[in-house]
Design a protein around this ligand. Structure first.
Ligand code: FAD
Ligand code: NAP
Length: 314
């Protein structure tokens, strides 16, 4: 049955930004509702060890997010399993429609919808998605025990995924479009020391090749960026790790965006182009994109929302 719920602060997203906003908004006695979306806990649930969360030398990403959820709930945040499918920011109170049928109205909204994995857009990548092509090593790595795998990308995610996949694979080829990795030095050192990983520099993925019946990957064709020469590499799994794009589709035609889809905020704040709407985390940050910076922005968003609501009452 459809239901309507009003809240002072609606938080959309359950990554580090959303849960931290939940903790702060609850402690400000704003009784926030937090809608979790399709990925409760956000991107960190797709990884294993997190080594740069202050206070934990090493923590498993999914465990950290379970703890953040519990923390937000313990402070009084109403954490709801739902997906916002439509958001109307044209007038206050703002209105959000949930996939569950619930309509949420809110005096202030904190957007913390984060980012999603990018794909290359090749027809063969699309064809084999879920049948050998994946964007999540922790989700799918287990299926490739003793097999050869390729990883595409040169950032932290690609290097971490390549390292993680050596737990299962007989060989991992890391294909990068340049001859220099973007990843942190500590990760590059681990990569270079791992005997199971072979980097293939200056190459892009040209095509995923596989069988039809059953549908499955057999090899990939990689193209040299300068010479155009094609190299075929046997592989049962292809992991695409070429970065993430902000999940801003709910607000794309309502808020000012920049850098290809990131929600623009007033420098030093989380204020968007609409008063009462705040944005935090990977949704707005094209530079740092870390768990700790997202959590920091979640805190800022809750404090900004609190000040905004207090000013409305003056
Ligand atoms: P996200 O974590 O992206 O969460 C977004 C949330 O929004 C999700 O809960 C989703 O369900 C929700 N959502 C989206 N759309 C809707 C909707 N329509 N309705 C309701 N909810 C919605 N950073 C580090 O600091 N250290 C690391 O070791 C590290 N490792 C990483 C490993 C991997 C594999 C990846 C992919 C990223 C890693 N990062 C790491 C980056 C870090 O995960 C992100 O910076 C951080 O998660 C961003 O937090 P966020 O709260 O902005 O959004
Ligand atoms: P990223 O840093 O944006 O790196 C994306 C990589 O993919 C780059 O090497 C890029 O190449 C390559 N690439 C992009 N588009 C491509 C294309 N069309 N074809 C071929 N290659 C392509 O993304 P990320 O690695 O997912 O990291 C995202 C954020 O999360 C970063 O801020 C990162 O620090 C953070 N993160 C942190 C950790 C950690 O702290 N341990 C772990 C994972 C992620 P170029 O280098 O040539 O641009």
């Amino acid at each position: 049955m459809s239901e309507s719920r009003h809240t002072r602060v609606l938080i959309i997203g359950s990554g580090p930004a959303g849960y931290t906003a939940g903790v702060y908004a609850s402690r400000a006695m704003l009784s926030p509702i937090l809608v979790q979306g399709m990925e409760p806990g956000g991107q960190l649930t797709t990884t294993t060890e997190v080594e740069n969360w202050p206070g934990d030398t090493e923590v498993q990403g999914p465990d950290l997010m379970v703890r953040m959820e519990a923390h937000a709930k313990a402070m009084g945040c109403d954490v709801v399993m739902d997906l916002i499918t439509d958001l109307d920011l044209s007038q206050r109170p703002f209105t959000a429609k949930g996939d569950s049928g619930t309509t949420y109205t809110a005096d202030a909204v904190i957007l913390a919808t984060g980012a999603r994995a990018k794909w290359l857009g090749l027809p063969s990548e699309e064809k084999f998605k879920g049948f050998g092509v994946s964007a999540c090593a922790t989700c799918d790595g287990f299926f490739y025990r003793g097999q050869e795998i390729v990883v595409i990308g040169g950032g932290n995610t690609a290097v971490e995924e390549a390292l993680f996949l050596t737990n299962f694979a007989s060989k991992v080829t890391l294909i990068h479009r340049r001859n220099e990795l973007r990843a942190e030095k500590i990760l590059i050192d681990r990569l270079m020391k791992n005997p199971k990983i072979t980097p293939l520099w200056d190459h892009t993925l040209e095509e995923v090749v596989g069988g039809e019946n059953p549908l499955g990957v057999e090899a990939i064709r990689a193209k040299h960026v300068k010479t155009g020469e094609i190299t075929e590499i046997p592989a049962k799994g292809v992991f695409i790790a070429i970065g993430h794009a902000p999940a801003s589709e709910l607000v794309a035609d309502q808020l000012e965006l920049h850098h290809g889809g990131y929600v623009k905020v007033k420098p030093g704040t989380t204020e968007t182009s609409i008063p009462g709407v705040f944005a935090a985390g990977d949704l707005t940050d094209h530079v740092y994109r870390q768990a700790v910076t997202s959590a920091g922005m979640g805190c800022m968003a809750a404090l900004d929302a609190e000040r905004f609501l207090a000013a409305q009452e003056d």
